[in-house]
Design a protein around this ligand. Structure first.
Ligand SMILES: [Zn+2]
Length: 293
């Protein structure tokens, strides 16, 4: 595969947001690489279900190893894991993350699986968040505690605590809370604070409770980012004789690890061991590499 087939040879590229982008015959000048002028036009085509299933076969070579690698770390019924593969591949090929999440939900219902890599990834944050919430609950004023409730609950509480008081003139939460605080005795005030704090603590989710929605999303993203990288790496390898240097690339966000931010823009030969850790183990990091032309 030469330079042109590298750039134009892929019939379809799954697009994460809007269906599938398709390269058509060269039309428009897009730039030049090594003295060669490149032209292309890009259209977004909607594939039928049948076409998507057909296209999925072309993605299998890069998707299957990624699927095996990630699902090998998931604790679930092995039968469900193997049954899920094809439907998830088709959803990936359709370029619809929502469809991917739906497939995982169907084959691995909430509560039937665990993913230790996810637990390890979210637990430190979850513990810090839990502590933060606890501190907030313990120092909250009665007004704050009341404001965490929905309006009907708050009016119910007002009726319960202030049987002899006049009807509320306002339905706003802040007004109901203030009216309630004004109407009760100091002892009632202390007892209510304790009761609402106990209630808030009881409702607080313990750290380590998996958020299945988030776990599904990270699982799908993990498999596809490894599959994409396998795909891109093989494309870069096609050019490695002529262009042996690769550049580390990442679009940094809040969860990008320090190590990946430091490596951004650094160049290493294609056979450097550093590329074995791309994408890195951070479940939210999207680090990759580009060929240096
Ligand atoms: Zn990374």
């Amino acid at each position: 595969m030469g330079l042109f087939s590298f750039l134009f040879g892929n019939k379809t590229i799954p697009n994460k947001e809007r269906g599938t982008a398709v390269f058509q015959s060269p039309e428009k000048k897009i730039g030049s690489v090594g003295g060669i002028t490149l032209t292309s036009s890009l259209v977004v085509k909607q594939f039928t279900e049948e076409e998507t299933r057909e296209n999925a076969k072309e993605n299998r070579w890069s998707y299957e190893p990624a699927y095996r690698q990630v699902m090998g770390t998931v604790e679930a019924d092995p039968k469900q894991i193997s049954a899920m593969f094809n439907e998830l591949l088709v959803a990936f090929t359709a370029g619809s993350p929502r469809r991917e999440y739906g497939v995982v939900k169907q084959f691995l219902p909430d509560g039937t699986w665990r993913w230790p890599a996810y637990d390890a990834f979210v637990l430190p944050d979850a513990e810090a968040y839990y502590q933060e919430c606890m501190d907030e609950i313990k120092t909250a004023s009665l007004f704050d505690l009341l404001m965490w409730h929905k309006a009907p609950e708050l009016r119910g509480l007002y009726t319960e605590m202030t049987a002899d008081n006049p009807k509320l003139t306002s339905r706003k939460k802040a007004d109901v809370s203030n009216a309630l605080i004004a109407a009760i005795t100091e002892n009632q005030h202390l007892a209510l604070v304790q009761r609402l704090r106990d209630k808030a603590i009881a409702e607080l989710e313990l750290p380590g409770t998996p958020d299945y929605k988030e776990m599904r999303e990270l699982l799908c993203r993990r498999i596809s980012s490894i599959a994409y990288e396998t795909h891109r790496r093989s494309q870069r390898m096609e050019l490695a004789n002529r262009y042996p240097m690769w550049e580390f690339f990442v679009i940094a966000n809040d969860s990008t690890p320090e190590e990946c931010i430091k490596r951004k823009g650094k160049r290493f030969r294609y056979d450097d061991l550093i590329w074995d850790n791309v994408p890195c183990s951070n479940l939210r990091c999207g680090c990759t590499a580009h060929t240096v032309f």
